[in-house]
Ligand binder design. Sequence first.
Ligand SMILES: [Zn+2]
Length: 232
Amino acid sequence: MPFDRQARLETLHLMKPRCRVCARALRTTMDNFVDRLCMDHDKSSTTTEAVLGRICIGIQDALEDRLRLTMWSRWEPYPSHLSSEQHWWWKRMMIFSDMCRISFDYLWHLVIPHIIDSPVVPVARVREIEFCTAQYYGYWHCAYVITLQDGSFYVFDPTGVQFGPQWPLLAPLDVYEFRMHRPWQFRVFQVGHYYETRERDDSHEALIKSRFKSWDLVRFKLGILPRVEEEE
Ligand SMILES: [Zn+2]
């Protein structure tokens, strides 16, 4: 069943304020409604998951800025009847829709220094994964699986919000995996594999290069980036 604009709108009408890391509905005064973070993932939390969640937010925000430069038309037209909270989520659902594969092109530059080589999170390895979604049959979706040094697994899904606010940005693999339609094909790659090896036509190549020219914006957004090589 195609997950179209109308289906996305219907998802929004069911929504409550949610944590943008784990997608849990915010309920108590301990939750941070302003930044859309539950108490477990708020800035005051120092757990590994919370710290990793903040890194993932920075990377997702950088991706959003990047897409906004070239995909701005996706932000219009706004449905006029949405609340400001719904509006915030609607923009993200639209800007990230169908962008999961392209996000691999953008994000390997950021995933390597900020997650794989993170000085603050004990990461063992990260893989790009591609799978058929369980909830939206026919949609192949891409994300990252992060293995921590203690052997735990997390899924970092930078574009999952395209399916609605109920999709987490970061979740333990056992929490996330019901979204994967297991009997179908499931692919795993090293980070950067997709960017390095997939076939692309000239127009797509030119588009990617044009996007990479503004990595200064990404550096600024993250505020913690070491120097990143420009693509020319
Ligand atoms: Zn949370």
